[in-house]
Unconditional design. Sequence first.
Lengths: 391, 391, 391, 391
Amino acid sequence: MPGNSFGTLFKLTTFGESHGAAIGGIIDGCPAGLKIDFDFVQAELSRRKPGQSHITTQRKEEDTLEFLSGIFEGITTGTPIAFLVRNEDQKPKDYSHLKENYRPSHADFTYDKKYGIRDYRGGGRSSARETIARVVAGAIAKLILKEKNITVESFVKQVGKIKLDKNFNELDLSKTESNIVRCPDEKTAQEMISYIEEIKILGDTVGGVIQCVIKNAPVGLGEPVFDKLHARLGYAMLGINAVKGFELGSGFNSINFKGSEMNDVFLSSSRDDSTGVNLSSSKDDLTKGETNATLRQAQSDKQVKTKTNNSGGIQGGISNGMPVFFNVAFKPVATIMQKQTSINSRGEEITLEGKGRHDPCVLPRAVPIVEAMAALVMVDFLLLSRTDKLF
Amino acid sequence: MPGNSFGTLFKLTTFGESHGAAIGGIIDGCPAGLKIDFDFVQAELSRRKPGQSHITTQRKEEDTLEFLSGIFEGITTGTPIAFLVRNEDQKPKDYSHLKENYRPSHADFTYDKKYGIRDYRGGGRSSARETIARVVAGAIAKLILKEKNITVESFVKQVGKIKLDKNFNELDLSKTESNIVRCPDEKTAQEMISYIEEIKILGDTVGGVIQCVIKNAPVGLGEPVFDKLHARLGYAMLGINAVKGFELGSGFNSINFKGSEMNDVFLSSSRDDSTGVNLSSSKDDLTKGETNATLRQAQSDKQVKTKTNNSGGIQGGISNGMPVFFNVAFKPVATIMQKQTSINSRGEEITLEGKGRHDPCVLPRAVPIVEAMAALVMVDFLLLSRTDKLF
Amino acid sequence: MPGNSFGTLFKLTTFGESHGAAIGGIIDGCPAGLKIDFDFVQAELSRRKPGQSHITTQRKEEDTLEFLSGIFEGITTGTPIAFLVRNEDQKPKDYSHLKENYRPSHADFTYDKKYGIRDYRGGGRSSARETIARVVAGAIAKLILKEKNITVESFVKQVGKIKLDKNFNELDLSKTESNIVRCPDEKTAQEMISYIEEIKILGDTVGGVIQCVIKNAPVGLGEPVFDKLHARLGYAMLGINAVKGFELGSGFNSINFKGSEMNDVFLSSSRDDSTGVNLSSSKDDLTKGETNATLRQAQSDKQVKTKTNNSGGIQGGISNGMPVFFNVAFKPVATIMQKQTSINSRGEEITLEGKGRHDPCVLPRAVPIVEAMAALVMVDFLLLSRTDKLF
Amino acid sequence: MPGNSFGTLFKLTTFGESHGAAIGGIIDGCPAGLKIDFDFVQAELSRRKPGQSHITTQRKEEDTLEFLSGIFEGITTGTPIAFLVRNEDQKPKDYSHLKENYRPSHADFTYDKKYGIRDYRGGGRSSARETIARVVAGAIAKLILKEKNITVESFVKQVGKIKLDKNFNELDLSKTESNIVRCPDEKTAQEMISYIEEIKILGDTVGGVIQCVIKNAPVGLGEPVFDKLHARLGYAMLGINAVKGFELGSGFNSINFKGSEMNDVFLSSSRDDSTGVNLSSSKDDLTKGETNATLRQAQSDKQVKTKTNNSGGIQGGISNGMPVFFNVAFKPVATIMQKQTSINSRGEEITLEGKGRHDPCVLPRAVPIVEAMAALVMVDFLLLSRTDKLF
């Protein structure tokens, strides 16, 4: 409960400060018998690594992962999986000038007041470097989901006002990794990259939207009433640095429609007239509903299809077998390379110089983090669902 | 963890189906020594009661509350507070025609598949009647917050496309209860009411946005890294029926600004040039940033002010002393008074007749529910913050 | 965490004071599809009911149970099961003379200091009447265990110095209910009853030992490292009023043997020379090891047998397929019918008169409580064990 | 919940196998502002270290502790404290002969069946080497308790049949560390040592009893009803390897007395005739009640004294201000240096050779482990007690 654990049956506890000895975590509750694909885990980590392209921070970190327990001869044993990444970039330089300064829209002030002390080197615990642990655990969660053919895919849908205005089912998500901004539409990707380059030159930052799509989730994940599937997904996403908003399915755009337009009609087993066009998809709006035109998911007698998917794959808080999808809004990060006025711990006005190595836009690197947190939620509910019924 | 508990130190566990014997809950962890204002608790319950106006469902329920434990001579004893509301409206009518039918965008199908059985009478556990327990617990949470002068106020900000386009600090929130739609701006309220009346005649439903504003929260609430204050608030809101989105502070609108525009500049103790106009407030957008022009909150040496409040009162996941505010998006509820095509449990196509007593727009009645859930989150963190420091 | 919940996947939260409106609880996490045998549940409740014989308190309580939710047409639905028993015996008499007095070895003083307030009527929350909720939940847990052929049986092994000096496998546990003291050996039972009658005449009380035996538990229950099966069993037992000690298998008597004597030798599949006589069984000692001579439990290829069962069916914190058994020590309850010196809330010396209706020996009524708590532990681990392995 | 976390507000999660890369843990919830005495923490670790005397195992381990996070400039920051000890003794030798063998009364068989896989090198996760993490966390917990003047002291009370037959208040507990067996009575200590030497020569093992005494705990720790202080203490102790029993205060010996003899009479503020002689202390019994003759603890108006302390400092599950004390029974450990018959994973009979480096008696090294677990429980309740009352 003190805030550094996530999940119940598949539980991640993380530790580490930006410039401390290491970042890492413990996964408790990983079922025994999972073969760990170490290359995959390291590859996931590399997706969030700084310095991976010219539009991300140039901080060099190798992020070499070490597993300390819970895996024997490459297989999980059911005991806790501990892991860490050393902070190689720990320079003996003097951070003491930051000690008393509160940067605007950072956690400096709030940590100081909450705890009476903070590790001010590079943001300490509030640094997004902490997400290393999430990505490692998320990678392991993905390996479990893979056994059930469940996929978790995210992509950059919007950067500033540059928006990919297509439904996910109209996109080839395998192309997300084909460019440095992680947008599966090449043309939009290039626009985003150009825009981020401009922002970088200004020493400024920009936010955007990441969409996450989860396919092949079985019917029945999510727990009424407080632990609805999307409540946990939202909780997971809102715990990521710089996230300001979350919406499931048709989300905020639901407001623009009537119930008769929004309801997702079930298709009888004898018909399949899914049009692939959702009513809301004709609107020019950021967060409109997405449709699963393909409907190729229905695999068992348990599953039915709905004509539209405004529900985002979740009804009554429980997955219904359609793709689960949601949007996550990231603000522009607070660290800018411009002069700013602020205060110090004595309430005196100061001027902050913008310098160092930072991300003009965190979204490309946040894509694997969104996926990781979503995977943690899904695995937790997948395990929990084993106890839904007596037999 | 099975989903019917919320909170850690101030923990609510709820029970009850729409047409079962009763709805209720247990609050475990309420500190001893709180005087219960029973009239206030019942009044909160009346705010969510059906049949309170012609724009809500006409289901008649008295919602008479009984406390069973944990309160002695009007004061909390530190032991669990159990309470219940009997379901007076239990009619011996035959619901069996609903047994096999899956209503679109309801929980019928998912409950059936998850559990293999469901109480189909009036939606069973998935009915919003369950929120009675939340409102009761929230009322007690509010009484605790009141001791610290913390207020939690919600209002209807948007119904369909009718939007109250003002910052909360430009509004007199005490007027929220002055009209049946719970919008503090009388002119907008009348438009909303007229629109809901139209929708009702159509037998249709409409969604909207509720904004919640929490004032006077002390600096330091929220737990890094997973239990950020807004992560828990979002989790709480997304667990309410029909909620599809959550955004803190400038939320999704953050995307439209650069970091240099979004950062909330701290004001030094010698200056107070808060303009009351946030950069984002010039935009015509649903979810724009709100500004706390008044800044009358700073009460102690612990507190500082920021010129704008795009952060929504939370930085690094921890309250910074500025007002906490967020928007909650509700879809139009799924129950409409129109004919709809659907399927039954055998996958056969059926036609559903729209009949009964339902809400064309749940937002007015959801206002106290949003407040209740927010109050639960705040009390939990308020108690937890007592352990932040050694002394 | 505030203390009134027990279990994780099968979680009971209880409420109620001795002379408040009701005693009850909520079970969250009961799997769907369990047929509730209401007669069995009520029968379990009757086993703990006061006034059931002349050696228990004569307080008359009908303990009529009402289920409020979670059961539909006699079957559990997977939603929370709430239940309550009204306190019929609430007399409008004046308890105010107890308000300021602290009874020796009761919870009066500690509750007052912890909370600053207490419901002093009949002990309030500290009354053993609270165990009603445990017995109800335990009965439902037993119904689940029954589906797996797992039995949980307790009996009174010792009252004062009168001890049943036999291993459980030498006893016919079906005879436990054949006498009012719940000791399966008729001769010893009669001695115990006579002794309790003597104690009752003296206005005094006496303690003893209850032994609990769990048969047919599958191999694999219990979680390393902190949630060892016996750690949770001990935790469960020590939360019962008046319990002062817990020991698994050979328990405290293990001290009297060497490792070479205590080790439970596995029997190979080709041999079965289990003697039925444990080394420790030749000792005249309260808490000696028990042997499972019968060894009829081995049902699947998963199970092996051990020659002795000093381990009490648990090795490394995990059930090994042999019977799990443990002893629970109850002190003589503090409420005696004699004059006692004590103090009041001002620290002044007072004299307490012994009067009212109380149990000279709680053990017979504690038998179903011990079983109930053990059943809660076993069901929790049974559900949790479904997530041990990937497949 | 998967079993490797302990505590709620001060929560330890541990990891590591005996011959894996490292043993360690994360403490989440340690309040900010605690100065870490690193020498003290290392010293505690040295108390449990193997090879510290000729009566313990000769396995050489330096147990060098590294902190990875949560401490800045020697002070806790409120963020998670991660730490690890590398397993220096990892030899590249072949353990594969153990792979298929099940040692009697070890966890080999149960781990294999539960998980379908186990790290068989040196017992893997079931090795007591895991307690390193407990001792580190316990040391930090002790530093917090020290700020409140609360002490946690354990000592070896019995080895085999050699028993220290004195109440703790008759002993000088500062002498516990003066001999290698950790018994504060020098004469008894020498007898114990001689006995362990004999057992060692036999290649056998022996168990015993550790008593733990907690002084200066404030009134009010412990949570009704399931989380009684002694229920949590028992839970903590029973999670230690080889522990078979737990008893609070007069424990199992309570059975030998009547309620009128066992009740702990409160002393009025005007009298202090505490005799220092508890009725039960005249009995020659292993687990008799202890008396706190000194009664020097009463420090504030909150505290009262009782004439005897059969309750073990806890009434109604809540500390009453008197010393909390309890006994923990350890069986002789299963690893003996003698030939034993057993089975392998195919159910075939095998003969195990006794060889290697092992403890003839673990009690001396278990003393700091008992203290550590007790300290964790006490700190958790100490923090939790801050939320008992509204103000």
